[in-house]
Design a protein around this ligand. Structure first.
Ligand code: ATP
Ligand code: MG
Length: 901
């Protein structure tokens, strides 16, 4: 069964059982602790933690995932990919253990003819948490699995939590016995390749507390969750490897063609030297699997908007692509490899992800450029390694230091295996322990960083305690100024009794007109003044957030005075900023409505930013929006502004909102009571933001750009109000200026500029030709300056600076032709340039007969310069080094010839 069909059946099974099908998030994930989505539950976290109310009680998805920790497992086990797809079903306070187990069992074992996967139920081994008698009972009594095949395991294997206080619980995993050829008997506890985990069912039933120790499961259980949830994950590739009867997930239909092409290019016969079990794999086969996996992961990552770089997500992508290229080199293939393999990966993935084909131009540009860069790095790193090897030898050592190996790794991206191998070629060993120590130190630094970030982000317990004192009421729809009372002050270490001048703290009021950042709308800024018995204070509001629902936290800087809980406060919103942000927000609704009318319903919002004077709007669309279409959208919006539509907001229930056809955004939280914002009859959305009163107040909307930010997600940026007008006015001045400079009417400018550029290009070409001619013209003078070294005529001279390799070669050959043919002659020309010296040596036939070789001349010349080069007997060349050492280098050549002659 093809992978795409497995995916379809999975979603169909759960849809038929009342689940809403939800699309995958893109791979990049908006959380400083996690670079990528690692599980299907990622997009449902706010529902599990109770921060948001889910719009449904059952959902199902096939989520794209990347797990970087698994990178070192790839190819060595049968079941770890870097990119994989996780099929999941989720219940939010609806069915629990029995429902989840039954649904999983039914799909696993229902015959293929009836739409199931047709697995043999006698080969399925469930594991459960050691104390979870309830789950054991369901597996045994309801499903009918004998006790011998139900395995109880400890916390490490069978509990789940998010690593921080919040929901947690036991899990139950389904393992499939692939048969004796894959490993020993005894169940999952004995061999996880033969007994392969394909589905994990998580039963979220507790609220866990702070960590109490270093191990997984070291925490107190605070109590039962009010709503018990289900979160499951079935590895699509793993079930595919079972259903396709292949040994591992690299051999399924979505990766095998890449593997085969890699085998063909490298001339290897995949699988010829390996057994079925992963432990019996030949290293070449492991490498081919790495190639197949990594090329696909690279494709999917770039498709979702990641580009290679030296940090964060980009670095993971870079590492994955370079590992693939490196594996191909170790298999003996040295030519550019991605142009051969990436199109194969594309063809494998396009049936499920059409964007990898439609966007392949962009994807391949990044991938191929990365391979070029790596090839360059390999060359540069090789020079460093050669120098280090020479230094080590000179010092009489036989071991390359861990420092050097680490530098090669860290700066040049040299994998340690590459350093080991190349050092071995030169007869040296490498201080691997030293290298690993440095690597460890670096990792520890990185982990500390990550931990520090995590704590800043995740600990919401202090906010929950503030919330217990009551919700803070938002009054900013009706007013921008309010008298209120300070309810709490929060600092870095928790709740405070007071704060003084110069402090930056979070302040919570009973009621506030300040809008907390949310729904894409930027927060209100402004001032709060405190006037209490005995003290006063002046506070500047620099940010407003809702750290948990029901709490509005003003980040304030205390400009003057002192503040305490219970103080009377006057909150004053910066009205200009509020008005400007509201204009952007209303404009965003109009843009959304206009895009939907023009492009169709699929152009739904994926994200937005409403800031003073500008907006950003992300929406779903399979392809770029043509400039002419965008122009129409822009025109329509500006026309709607002029209709001076009334903006009307009201609160109603979900039912009524649906009936009115209000647009709801997936990922936003909606309770039973929802707020609707209407702009005349033109737009109607669920929205908690602030808006203008009438559309004409927006003034003007100018769309600036449209671009891709991930697979099928486009971004439009726009200016609003006065900022839009000023932008256009500036452009107008610019065009006037250009028209003046070119002495043309504005409409004639494009033509004029194109013509000028053409002339410029022609002039540059001509200049280049003249320069080359001038260089060649110096041949006569150079030949006249020949010196006699023993029996050899030698022209060793500096040519004009900045002459490229081709011109220099032509010049050297011309000079050689001008020297008497009967006598041995050597020409050596060097041209200093910005990136070092270019040099060429040529030896005539008489010279070659006398045993001279251009390659040897270059070998005598280059080291003295600090450069590299080589070639044949008649012609050789090289580049690099330091022009200041030219005279030494020429002297080295004269010495070389004197010795020969
Ligand atoms: P394992 O112990 O085999 O690494 P896991 O415990 O890390 O698996 P979960 O976190 O429970 O896996 O993920 C749920 C499901 O996702 C697994 O049952 C498996 O089918 C799949 N899965 C997990 N990691 C990978 C991976 N690297 N490649 C492919 N599928 C995976
Ligand atoms: Mg794992």
């Amino acid at each position: 069964m093809r992978t795409a069909e497995i995916k379809r059946r999975f979603l169909a099974h759960f849809e038929a059982n009342g689940h809403t099908v939800v699309p995958s998030l893109p791979l990049p994930f908006d959380d400083p602790n996690l670079l990528f989505v690692v599980a299907g539950m990622a997009q449902f976290v706010p529902y599990f933690t109770g921060q948001q109310t889910p719009p449904y009680t059952r959902a199902t998805s096939v989520q794209k995932c990347i797990r970087t920790p698994d990178i070192d497992e790839v190819g060595k086990t049968t079941r770890h990919a870097t990119f994989f797809q996780m099929n999941g079903n989720f219940s939010f306070g609806d069915y629990f253990k029995e429902g989840a187990i039954k649904l999983a069992w039914e799909l696993s074992t229902k015959s293929q003819a009836e739409g199931g996967f047709g697995l043999d139920g006698d080969r399925i081994w469930p594991t459960v948490y050691v104390d979870d008698d309830e789950a054991v009972d369901i597996w045994h009594r309801v499903i009918g699995i004998p006790h011998e095949r139900i395995v109880r395991r400890g916390k490490e294997d069978n509990t789940w939590d998010m690593g921080i206080p919040g929901p947690a619980g036991p899990c139950s995993e389904l393992f499939y016995d692939r048969g004796p050829e894959y490993g020993p008997e005894g169940g999952p506890a004995v061999d996880e390749d033969r007994f392969m985990e394909y589905w994990n069912l998580v039963f979220m039933q507790y609220e866990r507390g702070q960590a109490t120790g270093p191990h997984k499961g070291d925490y107190d259980i605070l109590g039962d969750l009010p709503n018990k949830n289900i979160d499951t994950g079935m590895g699509l590739e793993r079930i595919a490897s079972i259903l396709q009867g292949v040994d591992n997930l690299y051999e399924i239909d979505e990766t095998r063609p890449v593997l085969d092409r890699a085998a063909e290019l490298t001339g290897r016969q995949y699988g010829a030297k390996s057994g079925h079990a992963a432990s019996q794999s030949h290293p070449d086969d492991v490498r081919l699997r790495v190639v197949a996996d990594h090329v696909r992961s690279g494709l999917m990552l770039i498709s979702d908007g990641v580009v290679p770089s030296n940090e964060g997500r980009g670095y993971v992508l870079r590492r994955i692509l370079r590992r693939a290229i490196r594996a191909m080199r170790l298999l003996g293939y040295e030519d550019p490899t991605l142009p051969e393999l990436l199109p194969v990966a594309r063809d494998c993935m396009a049936p499920s992800y059409p964007e990898v084909a439609s966007d392949f131009g962009r994807i391949s540009t990044y991938a191929y450029a990365e391979e070029d860069a790596f090839r360059h790095t390999l060359r540069a790193g090789t020079t460093i390694l050669d120098t280090a090897v020479a230094e080590t030898r000179q010092a009489g050592g036989t071991t390359l230091s861990g420092d050097k190996a680490f530098q090669l790794h860290d700066t040049y991206g040299f994998p340690i295996e590459l350093t080991l191998e190349m050092a071995a070629d030169a007869g040296l060993s490498v201080d691997e322990d030293g290298f690993r120590r440095l690597m460890r130190e670096q990792q520890e630094r990185a982990q500390k960083d990550a931990k520090a970030k995590k704590q800043g982000l995740a600990d919401t317990s202090v906010w929950r305690s503030v919330l217990e004192r009551g919700e803070s009421r938002f009054t900013g729809y009706q007013e921008v100024m309010r008298e209120s009372t300070v309810r709490a002050l929060v600092g870095a270490d928790g709740v405070l009794d007071a704060a003084g001048e110069g402090d930056e703290v979070e302040l919570v009021l009973d009621a506030t007109p300040f809008y907390a950042e949310g729904g894409g709308q930027q927060p209100d800024l402004g001032r709060i003044t405190i006037n209490a018995a005995g003290h006063e204070a002046e506070l500047e509001v620099i940010d407003v957030q809702a750290p948990v629902p029901g709490v509005i936290a003003h980040k304030v800087k205390i400009v003057r005075g002192e503040v305490r809980p219970g103080d009377a406060a006057l909150a004053l919103v910066d009205v200009g900023r509020r008005a400007s942000v509201s204009r952007s927000h209303s404009a965003t609704h109009l843009l959304h409505a206009a895009l939907r009318r023009t492009l169709g319903e699929q152009a739904a919002q994926a994200g937005s930013l409403n800031a003073p004077g500008r907006l950003r709007f992300d929406f779903h669309n399979p392809a770029a929006v043509a400039p002419s279409v965008l122009a129409d959208v822009e025109d329509e919006i500006n026309e709607v502004l002029l209709h001076d539509l009334e903006v009307h907001a009201f609160v109603t229930n979900q039912e009524e909102a649906k009936r009115l056809g209000a647009i709801a955004m997936f990922g936003e939280k909606y309770g039973e009571r929802v707020r609707i914002v209407e702009i005349g009859d033109y737009s109607r959305e669920l929205c908690g933001g602030t808006h203008v009163a009438r559309s004409s107040v927006i003034g003007m909307v100018k769309l600036l750009s449209e671009s891709s930010i991930g697979s099928g997600v486009r971004r439009v940026e726009a200016l609003v109000g006065l900022d839009a007008f000023r932008y256009l006015a500036r452009e107008h001045v610019l065009v006037q200026q250009l028209a003046g400079d070119f002495k043309a009417q504005p409409e004639q400018l494009p033509e004029r500029i194109a013509a000028t550029l053409d002339r410029l290009r022609a002039a540059e070409k001509e200049l280049e030709r003249l320069r080359a001619a001038a260089v060649l013209a110096s041949a006569g003078t150079l030949a006249d300056g020949a010196a006699q070294v023993g029996t050899v005529r030698l022209v060793a001279a500096e040519a004009p600076g900045g002459v490229g390799g081709n011109d220099l070669r032509a010049l050297a050959l011309d000079v050689r032709a001008r020297l008497p043919h009967g006598d041995p002659a050597v020409v050596l020309l060097a041209s200093p340039g910005e990136k070092g010296v270019n040099f060429v040596a040529a030896v005539n036939e008489a010279g070659q007969s006398a045993g001279l070789a251009a390659g040897d001349v270059v070998k005598a010349f280059a080291p003295a310069l600090g450069a590299r080069g080589g070639g044949k007997a008649d012609l050789a060349q090289g580049a690099g080094g330091d022009a200041a050492k030219l005279s030494d280098a020429f002297a080295a050549v004269r010495a070389h010839l004197a010795e020969r002659g």
